[in-house]
Design a protein around this ligand. Structure first.
Ligand code: NAP
Ligand code: F7E
Length: 361
């Protein structure tokens, strides 16, 4: 019998990488897809077209706000593993839709956990919750470990805090094999375009391909621990393969500011950014040092009221127990994303020479 995995959020960045990984491992993968008026399965195209694996891949319509739908799917599929990746995942937008975010990102996790109980699958189904470094928010120590106190700074962080603790509670109350993966930022060429890494690589790709554009950003001096999503989904799977359940940080252990990332990505296309104006002010701009052309400006719309200034994870526990370690550094990751964005718009086959530059960060 093939193992069966059920994935909420299957159409997202992680859902796509995780589906591929599990299919390669011989699983039957069942994904919950939201009905939408436009096609939302583009990240799954590769899988859907690949006949060697798509026969084990099944999409079902559903929504984390719909408890009866979740119960029915869990009852029909009888999954060995559930990965709860579905979420309204944009931190800033969670302030515009706090109640919706609480319902999906917080109570959504409870609905899945209850579905396992209602279906009597406590001894069969293992549960993974997509927890987040946003729980640390206004950090109380650096680097953050599994023992660092939480201090979320957004409706997203608070909703995920509920999901995190209800997962721990179901583990302790019902002996469920339930794990929280406290994942630090992880990115890829299929990262949503509203996240800062992809926003940067997409605009730099446009500029490289001769299109006009200025990169409008918010706070340049926040720092994130950025890793590669494809490696992180392997960590999710490893958590559910252990003898006993637990909570694990996945991170690279290195932090980079948005400003450094901007400089790095422009350097890949041979542009040196010079910053002009008061550092951290709304008037600060980034220009091409050689030509004086405006390339970066600050747009207050992207500033956050409750900014999370610094995230830096300590992945020692994952290394020790799971044997998991991030391999790709932020330079290689940014290059990979830029290369992919250029390939999507570039038809004149310019070659990017980035030798030595990845090491520059
Ligand atoms: P993502 O690309 O934004 O994907 C989110 C997924 O959730 C999409 O498939 C989305 O469907 C689905 N979804 C949204 N609302 C839903 C609802 N009401 N019911 C069911 N599904 C819904 O996010 P990601 O980067 O893959 O992240 C995966 C998970 O890890 C999320 O829970 C996120 O909060 C968490 N996380 C991410 C990171 C990171 O750096 N990437 C770090 C820590 C934790 P549509 O495609 O239809 O929108
Ligand atoms: O912002 C700053 C912004 O939106 C990163 C989600 O996957 O990771 C992600 O959340 C930083 C922040 O990701 C812009 O203020 C500056 O400090 O790419 P982001 P995030 O908020 O860290 C966590 C771990 C998750 O769990 C989330 O689901 O960049 N920043 N200027 C900007 N950010 C954006 N989006 N756009 C800007 O123009």
């Amino acid at each position: 019998m093939k193992k069966r995995a059920l994935i909420t959020g299957v159409t997202g960045q992680d859902g796509s990488y995780l589906s591929k990984l599990l299919l390669e491992k011989g699983y039957e993968v069942y994904g919950i897809q939201r009905r939408s008026s436009t096609i939302n399965t583009h990240r799954l195209d590769q899988i859907l077209k690949d006949r060697t694996i798509n026969k084990n891949f099944f999409l079902h319509y559903g929504d984390l706000s719909d408890g009866t739908n979740i119960v029915r799917l869990v009852s029909e599929i009888q999954p060995d593993e559930i990965y709860n990746l579905g979420a309204m995942s944009q931190v800033q937008i969670s302030s515009d839709s706090p109640e919706y975010t609480a319902n999906i990102d917080g109570v959504g996790a409870l609905r899945v956990l209850e579905a396992i109980r209602i279906c009597g699958l406590e001894n069969k189904t293992k549960f993974y919750q997509a927890s987040t470094s946003e729980l640390f928010g206004k950090v109380t120590e650096v680097p953050q470990t599994e023992k660092t106190p939480f201090y979320p700074r957004s409706p997203y962080g608070v909703a995920k805090l509920y999901a995190h603790w209800i997962t721990v509670n179901y583990r302790e109350m019902y002996n469920l094999f339930a794990c929280n993966g406290i994942l630090f930022n992880h990115e890829s060429p299929i990262r949503g375009e509203e996240f800062v890494t992809r926003k940067i690589t997409k605009m730099v790709a446009k500029i490289f391909c001769g299109q006009q554009g200025v990169l409008s950003l918010g706070n340049l001096d926040t720092k994130r621990d950025w890793g590669y999503a494809k490696e992180y989904v392997e960590g999710m799977w490893l958590m559910l393969q252990q003898e006993s359940p637990g909570d694990f940080i996945l991170a690279t252990g290195k932090s980079t500011s948005v400003r450094e990332l901007v400089e790095l990505v422009f350097r890949f296309i041979d542009i040196e950014i010079e910053w002009i104006g008061e550092r951290g002010s709304l008037d600060e701009i980034g220009i091409n040092k050689k030509t004086g052309k405006l390339l970066v400006n600050i747009d207050p719309r992207y500033y956050r009221n409750n900014e999370v200034d610094l995230l830096l994870g300590d992945p020692s526990k994952a290394k020790e127990i799971l044997g998991w370690e991030a391999k790709m550094n932020v330079g290689e990751l940014a290059y990979k994303m830029l290369r992919s964005d250029i390939d999507q718009i570039n038809h004149n086959n310019k070659i990017l020479n980035i030798s030595n530059r990845i090491d520059a960060i």
